[in-house]
Design a protein around this ligand. Structure first.
Ligand code: GNR
Ligand code: NI
Length: 173
């Protein structure tokens, strides 16, 4: 297994719109290893979700585990939201926008269809944090970040804060 580098805002590669995964490719050991590497990267960060876009793979899938003990790994391939209900506000963070947190309003409950890591079609009705996380990851696949929901002024403040943090850290990359 391997840790993968996570792209950070405002890297333009995060704006790439991901393309569908070929279902025939799901059993491929190379794809399965990428899923394992994404879980390892997400757990190490630590985070509760990671979209392929964040590791510079512009295909429509993500890994999620909202449990506190790494006990509920979930893979969503070619996810589609079939319906949305209600609204919830959650204070979101993002591994691609480190150290920044802001309230985002999203659907409270969603009906989502996807392929799991064995390529089997699944359909789930979810709410709460899992619904937030799926919507956050699906935004990544569209090239969208949670800071896009902020005003342009606040987004510019975020960009400057990250640039300053990187400068203080002596940005190796
Ligand atoms: O680790 C993460 N936590 C989080 C908290 C609130 C709302 C969304 C998230 S997803 C984030 C990991 C990440 O950046 N996924 O793209
Ligand atoms: Ni994110």
């Amino acid at each position: 297994m391997a840790l993968l580098p996570i792209l950070e805002f405002p890297d333009p590669r995060l704006r790439t719109k991901a393309v569908a995964v070929d279902p025939a490719q799901v059993p491929d050991p190379v794809f399965q290893r990428l899923l394992d590497d994404m879980f390892e990267t997400m757990y190490e960060a630590p985070g509760i979700g990671l979209a392929a876009s964040q590791v510079d793979v512009h295909k429509r899938f993500m890994v999620i585990d909202i449990s506190e003990d790494k006990s509920a790994p979930m893979v969503f391939i070619n996810p589609e939201i079939l319906s949305r209900e209600g609204e919830q506000v959650y204070q979101e963070g993002c591994l691609s926008v480190p150290g920044i947190f802001a309230d985002v309003t999203r659907a409270d409950s969603i009906d989502v269809r996807f392929l799991d890591r064995s390529g089997q079609p699944q359909r789930l009705q979810v709410d709460g944090l899992l619904a937030v996380c799926i919507q956050h990851e699906m935004d990544h696949l569209e090239g969208k970040l949670f800071v896009d929901y902020l005003s342009p002024l606040k987004r510019e403040m975020v960009r400057k804060k990250l640039a300053k943090q990187r400068k203080l850290a002596g940005d190796a990359a």
